[in-house]
Design a binder for this molecule. Sequence first.
Ligand code: ATP
Ligand code: MG
Length: 569
Amino acid sequence: MPDSILDSAPDLRPAKLDFIREIITADLASGKHATTITRFPPEPNGYLHIGHAKSICLNFGIAQENAASGARCHLRFDDTNPEKEELEYVESIKTDVKWLGFDWGEYLYYASDYFEFYYQCAVHLIEQGKAYVEQQSAEEMRANRGNLTQPGVHSPHRDRPLKESLDLFARMRAGDFKEGECVLRAKIDMASPNLNLRDPVIYRILHAEHHNTGSAWCIYPMYDFAHPLEDALEHITHSLCTLEFENHRPLYDWFIDNCPVPSKPRQIEFARLNLSYTIMSKRKLLQLVQEGHVCGWDDPRLPTLSGIRRRGYPAAALRHFCRRVGITKFNGTTDVALLEFDVRDFLNSSAPRRMAVLDPLKVILENHLPGTLEQVDIPNHPQNPDAGVRQVTLSREIWIERDDFMEVPPKKFYRLGPDRHVRLRGAHIIRCTSYEKDADGKVTLVRAEVLPGTLGASTPEGVECRAAIHWVDATHGADAELRIYERLFSVEDPDAAEGGFLSVINPQSLTTITAKIEPCLATAEPGFACQFERIGYFVADSADHQPGRKPVFNRTVALRDSWAKKAGA
Ligand code: ATP
Ligand code: MG
């Protein structure tokens, strides 16, 4: 499996450049920019999710592809809002970006480090007659803003003397006012058809502690004002954001044109990633976590990158998926089955095979002498000899899957039944000699004999054996907790559910079962990923799996898309 994005770059590169890469390529070719500098600017108010992965792959991907010209991507924590940010989120974001395979190197920034600069820009705007201190209430401002058909009404404070605004703004900073008593507004155009340009608020009072600057400030810049200034300060050439900021671009440009900034970044918007059966809003994810609908931000059912990692999705599969979804200007929803397909595809080639029995039925191999132990060499990967072989113990008693035995086999059932043959994966052919049932008619035990000379692949003449089944040695195998995950929501668009997204949580999203696993799985390290033959892809849980003591495995994805089948039926 390709480990770094560079290894996998050749087959990931789309045949045609997307429109953003086209613009960047043209800007480099024309000499408009000597190199390109992008940024990924998360607000540290939650964990990253797969939508962020799209933005990370785009911004860091562009930097990697243009590394020859010195391109780079900044990781910038957009932490200008004092009320919601936490250090835990900062750490998790760094971990997630690294896990996805990207490196910001020395280019780590905090937007809160620029508070003084935003302030100076605001003062500059006032001095230029392009900003004023507003003392109307929020309701009055709203009422005077107008709407799509009506122009706004000028504030009585719009034309107050510059000196008065300068003085009031200094007093806002000094803490002379309560929250909401005054704000600073840009003086642009109250009749603009774009409501964002109708004298937007650029500073507000918040008597709140900030995790970085403590109580140094009690006025904080609005996002629309701070963001272009951050980009310009860092000499970002292309500021890539999602489509909902398209109507904010004239404002972005206005701040760049009217503030004393050292560079002119260009904002370009692209469609955000939406996935079926998934919610992406941080607020809703937080609610799922806080109300205990899931067991933490890294619950394997969540679309958070930490959940996806714990679930066992390879980072390379995620990068491939983001490439395949592509960058466009059109909002749409991507089928989550596409992501699952990529995950299966990567794991199919990379994950070693192991055996586990989920619904065990005991088989006694009668001609296998009690106490004797056989070591069977089994290939770790059917297509890849480099994956080597492992030794698996086989003794007189083994477990097979209950539905691999049928008393009255229908046509085309090639597994075990009375007097029938089947191959134990990687080992011998066995023949069922008899079986036992309990009072309810349930088969409780199967007796079988090992056919001599059938180890490996040979099938004696006259023996019909058309299938191989997986098995676990009952003497040396171990018990493991398996967590079988299904989609967290039972409808395609949980955000649109009438009773709200909580009302459509899939009650079967997590089923825990005890299974029999082959001995080497019990001592696997947390994070070990493999295919349980014929069952699906599993990973040793990073939080709860204890090697040699308490094996816990998460199902990453089933072998086939059983959901599509179910939905079809
Ligand atoms: P919120 O607005 O709730 O804070 P957000 O998703 O905008 O959430 P940010 O931390 O501001 O969160 O996002 C960081 C970056 O990731 C932004 O540039 C944003 O455009 C991008 N991003 C967020 N969600 C998606 C998505 N679903 N698809 C693509 N990019 C996204
Ligand atoms: Mg945001």
